[in-house]
Design a protein around this ligand. Structure first.
Ligand code: IVH
Length: 700
């Protein structure tokens, strides 16, 4: 199909085709919105289609179709409910978007009524409720029929369903009312009720609703009235249709009267004398919108005097005496240009949608978050798709889903297995319960530019290398100048500065002779970092201060430890079991260590770093204890303390507690019920002792 251009440049033939297309498209959109309660267009897009249709009709009036959307309100009625004709048609409201449109609306009314500037014109404002309109017919003060708007002339009979709504009186209260009256208003659902409904729908594996409006519509149009009754629907009365006799002189008076009859009316209804007053009400409601507890999509302005409403009358589908001042659309459809991966400062890979810029809620949006790969799979969004996006307040825009995916889409998106910043492997962690983290993380740590600054700050921090005078500020400074990119560069700082062609540190702003000298001295003082601090400083996930301490006290020598880690990362089960046998060390930490060690960037960094520093051996915590440095295995039932306590006491004395017996085992402490481990110890000739003997030996 040819690409439709701006209305001004359409040829007659193009205009004819365009009107046919728009008629069909609006009909489809109406059906989805009104009949299926499942809109596929945003309000803004829908309005744009109708506006374009009207603009083409204005330019080519003779091409206006018999089935023109500008003559249609809403949809054809659904077959499931019987049809009822409204006493007076239910019309729609024209839209205003800009302040100028409101000024023009008021000016038009003044012109139409021939009011001069000195004559006051009261116009009311009230929220435009985002629900579905309902027409309630009362005869002799009794509810006889409830009907949806339908196509404006004929609606659906939902009387039994409407009777379940508490806000709708069965009988009119107050003293007098017209013998026959159609009271009109909006059925809606509060935000809280909508959330609760969706939660229970989801739990029951049933369809969840896209928004409160759809939930309200779906709940009202139920063939099973028990379902409608179970749904907390509300109703605001704001208008009327057919009346057997006049019952008020102004909109204000009418609304007050309707309220006296027992309806709920909106308490944000207000009269105004000026355009500025209307605009102030609009801004006020826009601000309070999020706190109202129910959805509104604009403000409705109405001429207060009913005799003037009568004189103003209607143009096609809209009254001249009212207009809807819409809030800017907060959803829009645009093209997903690409999916890019951002790496956060702690290594999390976040997919970001790059969009063809589009205005959402008055703001141009060109990026939206896709959260993680599971979310992308759930939405099945692919580059090139048209996507619906949503912007709520200051929140980062979100992608809601794909609109009309076509057949030649890109293949499903796959999250990269490597970090786009540094090329290191990016992995999803599996926790001790076997559950996969939704986030994918870069294993590059210190070698990844996206993470480097944070990691370097950690490396020099108090619980790691603890370098005096080298804190977050200095790291940022050195990193910014490109002289410290990895931890090894800290120990070559003077050379790196010189190689970069920068003046010596003593000449830098904020440094003098003394502070530069002190900094170099502080760095040199850390050339033999203790095992625990060094390991902690590497910033490997799940290997923090405590776990680093466990490894240090267990392996004592860095080389022994790192050898084991490397072997484990190459798949040696014995090595992995060795790491895991340490009390307090879990699979998560070991997997994370293996991932780190398997990454070539990390290997290179570590080699360079170890060229600069000698990791100091850890000391067995209590080297004078006879069990220090010994590998102990507990088996059978312990009677004096729990297994956990026994392990932690032994570790505190510098022993290494293992879960399995091997040649390396020094002592097996066997309680009642000891089985295979005891047997193995005997076979290997490992020393076996009772719990009491152990307590005595350990001095406990
Ligand atoms: S007055 C002749 N007041 O908006 C016009 N309508 O886009 C009578 N709506 O069909 C309608 N809140 O469903 C009016 N405070 C309000 C409204 C309101 C919501 C809906 C109504 C109407 C649609 C027009």
């Amino acid at each position: 199909m040819s690409k439709p251009g701006p209305v001004e440049s359409l040829t007659e033939e193009e205009a004819r085709r365009e009107l046919a297309r728009l008629s069909a498209e609006i009909r489809l959109a109406d059906a989805a919105y009104y009949r299926e309660d499942d809109p596929h267009l945003s309000d803004a897009e829908y309005d744009a289609l109708r506006d374009r249709n009207s603009a083409i009709e204005a330019r080519f009036p003779h091409l206006k179709r018999k089935d023109s959307p500008s003559e249609r309100v809403g949809h054809e009625v659904s077959e499931a409910f019987s049809k009822v004709a409204h006493g007076v048609p239910m019309l729609s409201l024209d839209n205003a978007f800009a302040d100028e449109d409101v000024a023009e609306f008021v000016a038009r009314i003044r012109r139409f009524l021939g009011l001069d500037d000195s004559e006051s014109l009261t116009i009311t404002s009230e929220p435009k409720i985002d629900g579905l309109s309902l027409n309630l017919t009362y005869e002799a003060g009794v509810l006889v029929r409830a009907a949806t708007r339908g196509n404006g002339q004929v609606g659906e009979d939902v009387t039994v369903n409407a009777r379940t709504i508490e806000d709708i009186p069965e009988k009119l209260g107050g003293k007098t009312w017209p013998d026959k009256i159609e009271v009109r208003g909006e059925v809606y659902m509060t935000g809280a009720a909508f959330k609760a409904l969706n939660a229970s729908q989801e739990e029951a594996g049933k369809k969840v609703f896209a928004n409160p409006r759809n939930a309200a519509a779906g709940s009202l149009r139920q063939l099973d009235v028990a379902i409608t009754r179970s749904r907390p629907l509300r109703f605001f009365a704001y208008a009327w249709g057919e009346v057997s006799e006049p019952f008020a002189a102004t909109q204000t008076e009418a609304v007050e009267t309707i309220e006296k009859w027992g309806f709920v009316t909106n308490d944000l209804f207000k009269p105004h004398e000026t355009v500025d007053g209307l605009l102030e009400a609009y801004r006020d409601l826009a601000e309070r919108r999020a706190m109202l507890g129910y959805d509104i999509d604009g403000v409705v302005y109405k001429v207060d005097r009913l005799d003037w409403q009568e004189r103003l009358g209607f143009v096609s589908r809209f009254p001249r005496w009212a207009i809807a001042h819409k809030f800017p659309a907060e959803r829009a459809v645009t093209k997903l240009e690409s999916i890019e991966i951002q790496v956060g400062r702690t290594g999390t890979l976040t997919p970001v949608a790059r969009l063809t810029p589009v205005t959402v809620g008055g703001v141009v949006v060109s990026n939206a978050t896709l959260h993680n790969e599971d979310e992308i799979a759930r939405l099945d969004v692919r580059p090139g798709d048209m996507v619906e996006i949503q912007r709520a307040g200051d929140v980062i825009p979100q992608v809601l889903g794909v609109v009309d995916p076509d057949d030649n889409r890109a293949p499903p998106f796959e999250m990269p297995g490597e970090c786009p910043e540094c090329g290191s492997a990016a992995v999803r962690e599996v926790d001790d319960k076997g559950e996969e983290d939704v986030r994918r993380r870069c294993t590059g740590g210190l070698t990844c530019p996206a993470q480097a600054v944070e990691r370097l700050k950690h490396f020099v921090s108090r619980k790691a290398l603890d370098i005096d005078g080298l804190g977050a500020k200095q790291i940022e400074l050195f990193y910014g100048h490109g002289v410290v990119k990895g931890p090894q560069d800290i120990f070559r700082l003077a050379d790196r500065i010189e190689a970069a062609g920068l003046p010596p540190l003593s000449e830098w702003e904020g440094f003098g002779e003394t502070s530069a000298r002190n900094l170099f001295a502080a760095i040199d003082a850390r050339r033999s970092p203790p095992f625990q601090r060094f390991l902690n400083g590497l910033g490997i996930r799940h290997v923090g201060e405590t776990t680093s301490g466990l490894f240090a006290r267990s392996y004592l020598k860095w080389e022994n430890f790192w050898d084991t880690v490397k072997k484990a990362s190459q798949g040696e089960e014995g090595a992995e079991a060795d790491l895991l046998s340490i009390d307090g060390v879990g699979q998560t930490a070991v997997t994370s260590l293996k991932d780190f060690a398997a990454e070539p960037h990390n290997q290179d960094m570590l080699t360079a770093l170890l060229d600069e520093v000698d990791v100091e051996d850890a000391e067995a915590a209590a080297s004078d204890s006879p069990v220090a440095g010994k590998t102990i295995v507990f088996t059978g039932t312990l009677e004096k303390m729990t297994r956990d306590e026994a392990k932690s006491r032994a570790t505190a004395l510098g022993a290494k507690v293992s879960g399995s017996v091997s040649k390396k085992t020094d002592i097996v402490v066997a309680g009642p019920g000891a089985g295979s481990k005891l047997k193995k110890a005997e076979e290997l000739g490992v020393q076996v002792m009772s719990e009491d003997d152990w307590l005595e030996l350990a001095g406990l």
